[in-house]
Design a binder for this molecule. Structure first.
Ligand code: N01
Length: 541
């Protein structure tokens, strides 16, 4: 279906598909479209190599918090059998090595262009193709545009006076340098106590002369309980992978925790406490995805888990005043993404660590010598920003794809509008892998990514079989999906909390819940039905 032409002939299409990014999504999309459909594919990656999140976020302590054998591709049984994960939760270097292995094993690099960022994309109706601009000044055309730009890849910095004035070293967890950094003898600050901050704080505290943590909102963090994988773990996974993946795909989080009970309110106080103790001791996401099924829908049930978590913080932190600062008080457990940790709370028992509550004493200014809050100056050699991302919508809005009659920034001015979290009315032949209003971050990302890529691969295959060149969601199907997605979110406790899930971390971002919380199994069934009905809700031509 491809015709090779020169750039100057705007009605000829150079490629079948352009893929944005070479992280988990871009790697598998490259494989799937090229190997299953034989498409001519080019994948553009802004980083120097494959890896996406795991290429950029190489800060000390970075590791996944879904079990390694789950946090991996399921599409190739050979790959599943040959790769060995050394720890229950893999650290960043091992995940990056895995993604490099996948790229090499399936010979994908020759379809990839590194160090090249896609900066613009416009659908040309007359030619029925995407015209895609890259930051090296080149333009390419392709029938399909597939975004693997990620959901947590557009990093953000605080809007604070003097941010460029600091004379010491500055690092962002989300864009960590390639070389190892030695913090010994240094006075270090970390701003931000989300999942990245919690991981980096714990490691840097072990090295720094002094670490000052600037916290805006405390989190409910639970122990990850990492450990080396045993031979038995490996055998267990490798012998039963098909069943394990099936069960995973049918569970809310994309990992099946079999000990879950239906309601925290249907058991005695003692049984409830035992269940929480068991889940807390088990580690990983058992505390919320393996304890009780009503924590995200019932405030009273949630209160029991929140109070259990608060008590754990009080037990683990020596100084009651510091424990109090670290204790979340005014939002429901899980409604901000709960981080996992190893000795995070104990870190505040060290004599070289100070916690500053910047809601009580706000940061006023970054000075050449450090950070000034309303309580005074902290002199520093290093500032680490772990201040998060313009989540879900940010990566796509920074490209701002345009159709003949819309551009994404205007179309999403009041929040994202998608059909199935995958497509956008007005942007034909465009697919956003793990886009807003899909399960994505509330599911196991590699599985979420595979589900989307399998769906769009089948969709393109269907188009080829039926001689279609163009697919676009109808406005009505998009309206329905936006409504459905919001209705489900409104039935949970998530929408009552300021979090990046709802855009509250970005000043001026519309307050719209960004994730489909109806569960991945329901979601996949809906997507399958749309396909079975000949892509109901889409116009094909
Ligand atoms: O980002 P975050 P993250 N002044 O937005 C604070 C995934 N992840 O990079 O809570 C001062 O969660 C902000 O405060 P507040 C995971 O899905 C996974 O840590 O907004 N502080 C918060 O404390 C995670 O949820 C792993 O009040 C400011 C912090 O900075 C997602 O990535 C590891 C501020 C930002 O926390 C994002 O995590 C790491 C300001 N102006 C990340 N602006 C795994 O383990 C923000 N903050 C797999």
């Amino acid at each position: 279906m491809t015709s090779n032409t020169s750039d100057s002939d705007s009605h000829q299409t150079q490629l079948d598909a352009i893929i944005i990014g070479a992280g988990f999504a871009g790697i598998y999309a490259t494989y799937s479209l090229r190997e299953k459909l034989g498409l001519k594919v080019k994948t553009f990656e802004a980083g120097g190599d494959v890896g996406g999140t795991w290429y950029w976020n190489r800060y000390p302590g970075a590791r996944c918090d879904i079990e390694s054998y789950h946090y991996s591709y399921s599409f190739s049984e050979e790959l599943q059998q040959e790769w060995q994960w050394s720890e229950r939760f893999a650290a960043q270097p091992e995940i990056l090595a895995y993604l490099n292995h996948v790229a090499d094993r399936f010979d994908l690099r020759n379809s990839m262009v590194m160090n090249t960022r896609i900066v613009g994309a416009k659908f040309d109706e007359a030619a029925c193709h995407w015209v895609v601009d890259t930051d090296d000044g080149n333009t390419q055309t392709a029938r399909y545009l597939v975004s693997g730009a990620g959901v947590l890849s557009a990093s953000t910095l605080p809007d604070v006076e003097g941010i460029n004035d600091f004379s010491g070293a500055v690092y962002l967890t989300a864009k960590w340098p390639q070389q190892e950094i030695d913090f010994s003898g240094k006075r270090v600050a970390v701003i931000g106590t989300g999942a990245s901050g919690i991981q980096v704080i714990t490691e840097v505290a072990k090295q720094a002369k002094h670490l000052t943590v600037f916290q805006r909102t405390p989190n409910y963090a639970a122990p990850i309980r990492n450990r080396p994988n045993t031979e038995q773990d490996e055998r267990e996974f490798k012998q039963h992978y098909p069943q394990i993946r099936r069960d995973a795909r049918n569970s809310f989080l994309g990992v099946n925790y079999p000990g879950m009970l239906p309601s925290a309110l249907a058991v005695s106080d003692e049984e409830r406490h035992q269940q929480y103790e068991r889940a807390y001791a088990a580690g990983g996401f058992e505390m919320f995805a393996g304890s009780f099924g009503d924590l995200i829908t019932n405030q009273e049930a949630n209160d029991t888990a929140a109070e259990f978590m608060r008590e754990k913080i009080r037990q683990r932190v020596d100084d009651p005043a510091v424990a109090d600062m670290l204790t979340p008080k005014n939002y429901a457990y899980v409604t901000k993404r709960p981080p996992l940790e190893t000795d995070y709370y104990e870190t505040y028992n060290r004599s070289n660590v100070t916690l500053v509550d910047i809601r009580a004493t706000p940061i006023e200014e970054i000075t050449p010598n450090g950070i000034r809050t309303s309580a005074g100056d902290t002199e520093l050699d290093v500032i680490i920003y772990a201040t998060g991302f313009d989540a879900m919508t940010g990566p796509l809005l920074r490209i701002n794809p345009r159709g003949e009659s819309i551009n994404l920034a205007d179309h999403w001015a009041e929040g994202p509008r998608t059909n199935l979290g995958l497509t956008v009315h007005g942007l034909p032949n465009f697919f956003a892998i793990t886009g807003p209003q899909s399960p994505s971050v509330l599911y196991n990302m590699p599985l979420a990514i595979e589900d989307h890529i399998d769906w769009l691969t089948d969709c393109i295959s269907y188009m080829q079989e039926h001689g279609y060149q163009r697919i676009e969601s109808t406005a009505e199907a998009e309206d329905n999906w936006v409504r459905h997605s919001a209705e489900i979110a409104d039935a949970t406790l998530f929408t009552g909390t300021d979090s990046w899930y709802i855009g509250a971390n970005i000043p001026g971002k519309p307050r719209v819940f960004l994730v489909y919380v109806g569960g991945a199994a329901n979601y996949r069934q809906i997507c399958a039905e749309v396909a079975q009905k000949g892509y109901e809700g889409f116009l094909l031509s």
